[in-house]
Design a protein around this ligand. Structure first.
Ligand SMILES: *Cc1c(COP(=O)(O)O)cnc(C)c1O
Length: 350
């Protein structure tokens, strides 16, 4: 496939001379380090954090590469997936000139980040069963369409997109195709990382925030060609992942089995929640889920949402979102949390 990444890139980013940190200029580990204006005595805390962390997170990427089946040069790590989204806009989208294609209903950050970066948004809605409309997407695109964001499994609709539709768009879309797989661990769908060598215009995003239970650390992953990853590295803030995060995740990654156990438990709780909800006469629809949440339609969702809050149960109100009229998005909790939710839900809906 012919694809010229540099011609997609903003000209000033192509020319950009990136910041070189002290750790870029001297990469040895031994010596007396008087090059980064750090505190030589240690830290105010009992553990020491006085030295700047590895700006490229090499040790961590080696381990992520192993579990994800990619090369470490194909990995970008960001302060949450949101950082990767923002960097993509800044690298590829000229304000007032370029556009991106978004597929509502979907994750809100693609739109917010476009607005922050003053980039035109073209929306092509999903179908009523939340699938892609590939021909309409291509019809909406032009030479200035730099990025297409596909979220699969999708937030908030919980379904996965048809694989052949994504492959078709990877072949035909003129710009980058981002496949956001934040919820892939809860799906039986294989990751699009297996397609990286076939499609230089593909960027796959995943996160440590959901299945890994590390939302507070802020660590997002993006997988792409080494050329594309090099661009993101070139424009990122030098030390975007803290040393504490790098060390913590490096240690945690050895315990992949624990993640798999948590995923299995969340999936069985999702089944439990779904079965219980199916028994409730006021529930109009439970959308099929490949994620760790259920999108559920009830009459008067706004009122139900407010009444649930009075019962101290907080769900996400999606009632105003396109194609999600009267829907609440309910994250799968522990058994005790799910039962407490169900009790409150029955009470406010009866
Ligand atoms: C939760 C979520 C993310 C993860 O964002 P982080 O910044 O990594 O926490 C990304 N995409 C979607 C669609 C999400 O729902």
């Amino acid at each position: 496939m012919s694809f010229d990444l540099n011609s997609l890139l903003r000209a000033h980013i192509l020319r950009l001379q990136p910041y070189t940190s002290a750790r870029d200029e001297y990469t040895g580990k031994e010596g007396i380090f008087l090059d980064a204006n750090e505190n030589p005595f240690g830290s105010i805390t009992s553990a020491d954090y006085n030295r700047y962390p590895d700006p490229y997170q090499s040790a961590l990427k080696e381990e992520i590469a192993k579990i994800k089946g990619v090369r470490s040069t194909q990995i970008f790590l960001g302060n949450g997936s949101d950082e990767a989204i923002d960097l993509l806009y800044r690298a590829f989208c000229n304000p007032g000139k370029d556009n991106v294609i978004l597929l509502p209903p979907t994750y809100g950050m693609y739109e917010v980040s476009a607005n922050i970066n003053d980039v035109e948004i073209r929306k092509v809605s999903l179908t009523s069963d939340f699938q892609l409309q590939p021909d309409k997407i291509l019809a909406a695109a032009d030479d200035h369409s730099k990025i297409l964001f596909i979220c699969s499994p999708n937030n908030p609709s919980a379904n996965k997109m048809k694989r052949e539709d994504i492959l078709f768009l990877l072949e035909k879309f003129p710009g980058l195709v981002v496949v956001d797989e934040a919820y892939i661990d809860f799906s039986d769908e294989p990751s699009f990382t297996t397609e990286l060598d076939r499609f230089p215009n593909l960027l796959v995003m995943q996160t440590f925030s959901k299945a890994w239970g590390l939302a507070s650390l802020r660590l997002g992953m993006a997988f792409g060609s080494k050329e594309l990853i090099r661009i993101l590295n070139k424009i990122k803030p030098p030390y975007n992942i803290s040393g504490l995060t790098q060390e913590t995740v490096l240690a945690a990654i050895q315990d992949k089995k624990k993640v798999d156990r948590m995923i299995q438990e969340i999936l069985s709780e999702r089944d439990f929640l779904q079965n219980q909800l199916e028994k409730l006469p006021f529930v109009q629809k439970i959308h099929p889920s490949h994620a760790n949440f259920l999108l559920v339609q009830v009459p008067q969702a706004n009122r139900v949402y407010d009444d649930l809050i009075k019962e101290k149960v907080i769900v996400r109100n999606r009632a105003k979102v396109l194609l999600c009229e009267d829907c609440l998005r309910i994250t799968v909790g522990t058994r005790a949390e799910n039962e407490a939710f169900l009790e409150a839900f029955r009470k406010v809906c009866s």
